[in-house]
Write a protein that binds this ligand. Structure first.
Ligand SMILES: *Cc1c(COP(=O)(O)O)cnc(C)c1O
Length: 396
């Protein structure tokens, strides 16, 4: 225990200590924490669906009919009609042959690498990929190469080198669609070209694009018009814009059948409660029909960026709902986050190892549930606490 306490103390000294903030209200742009009302700018509930009446009602109705627990794994006794229908709905929505539900996005990512790849194979990952993709790469035992963020030249060189070494191995390129801590997009069309020309698989984790991007909200793949042939492994989560919980992989019938046979994070875990699948279907209906939510979100993003520029607040190159403000030093980022809490804003400090050392930040996320006035108040608070670009910035 002394050793563990020393480890904890070290994290505290480095400004890396993490603590819960306990919510006493439903998810929403207005939240209650420690008895205080706050405007939240750090939820991934981008469309305001986590507490939507129709989604709530779908869940309640399904509980009445199917109860709460699923009882066992999908391949034993836990796969209900609701799971079946939800997976079919997600396949249709994403324009894929078939989809498979997972309890979490983390597990969906583990599933792909562990089912598809072995020791002889290669994985290529963007250096800024989500931790669950990195862990998925490690668990597969395949050789993992990480390329600098969105660097297609470097990726091509790595692919070519692996082709020279082991032409018959499988190759899987894995990328976030919208980078979770940076908010910028992966060059999906170019990645699909590169995958095609090198005979590699391409997988996109669209946790932050699904629901938010594309004409009907089917995500970055829809926006970039990448079908199942060009983008054979599409993963997205259901706990962010969809507002529920879980994740899915969509692709060909063959891919999904292989995952069912071989993916340990699918086989060896209890199916999620069936009522969650009903809530997901209700949410997908809203996402598809109520395009005003996406439009409002994108108007707010535009407003945030314009206003920040007017106020000389430096942003990162992002057009998405994720608008990080780079601060750099861990302790300073925590202080700014605490100060914002005092001003009535909930915005956690994002620190290493979630982001690279020296790049701690406030990850502002916008939601269709915000109003322009919320954004303006946040920005004017930020203006008073951040250095302007004219002042010398701390080197990272
Ligand atoms: C949140 C997230 C995950 C994990 O999904 P969960 O359902 O929360 O486990 C995976 N990938 C990315 C890019 C994410 O942002």
């Amino acid at each position: 225990m002394d050793e563990l306490r020393a480890e904890l103390d070290k994290l505290k000294r480095q400004g890396l200590y993490r603590q819960h903030r306990v919510l006493q209200s439903p998810q929403g742009t207005l939240t209650r924490i420690n008895g205080r009302e706050l405007v939240s700018f750090c939820s991934n509930d981008y469309l305001g669906l986590a507490n939507h009446p129709a989604v709530r009602q779908a869940l309640i109705d399904a509980v009445e009919k199917y109860g709460v627990g699923s009882g066992s794994a999908h391949l034993v006794n836990g796969h209900s009609q609701l799971h079946q229908d939800c997976a079919a709905r997600l396949a249709e929505f994403t324009g894929r042959q078939r989809a498979l539900l997972f309890s979490t996005g983390y597990m969906a990512n583990l599933a792909v690498t562990s089912a598809l790849l072995g020791r002889e194979d290669f994985i290529f990952q963007d250096k800024l990929n989500h931790a669950s993709l990195i862990d998925a790469g490690q668990i597969s035992r395949a050789r993992m190469l990480r390329y600098p963020h969105n660097d297609l030249v470097k990726l091509r060189a790595q692919l070519d080198q692996s082709l020279g070494q082991k032409p018959h191995s499988r190759r899987l390129i894995m990328t976030d669609g919208v980078f979770s801590m940076d908010g910028d997009y992966a060059p999906l069309v170019e990645l699909a070209d590169l995958a095609a020309s090198t005979g590699s698989w391409l997988m996109v984790d669209d946790a932050h694009g699904f629901g938010v991007l594309g004409a009907s909200g089917a995500g970055l793949a829809q926006q970039r018009k990448l079908d199942q042939d060009r983008l054979p492994v599409l993963m997205a989560t259901l706990g962010k814009a969809v507002g529920v919980s879980g994740a899915f992989i969509a692709g060909s019938e063959t891919l999904i059948e292989l995952l069912i046979q071989k993916a340990r994070s699918y086989i060896y875990t209890t199916a999620s409660p069936p009522a969650l699948a009903a809530a997901v279907m209700a949410s997908i209906d809203i996402i598809e029909r109520q395009s005003w939510r996406r439009e409002k979100l994108h108007e707010l993003i535009g407003h945030f960026k314009r206003k920040a520029q007017q106020l000389d607040i430096e942003l990162m190159p992002s057009d998405s709902a994720i608008q990080p403000i780079l601060i750099g030093e861990n302790q300073r980022t925590v202080e700014v986050s605490r100060w914002l809490f005092e001003q009535g804003f909930h915005l956690v400090a994002i620190r290493p190892p979630t982001v690279p050392p020296g790049s701690a930040r406030l990850r502002v996320t916008l939601s269709a549930g915000h109003e322009v006035a919320d954004v303006d108040r946040l920005l004017s608070c930020l203006r008073s606490v951040l250095p302007s670009s004219a002042q010398v910035r701390q080197p990272g």
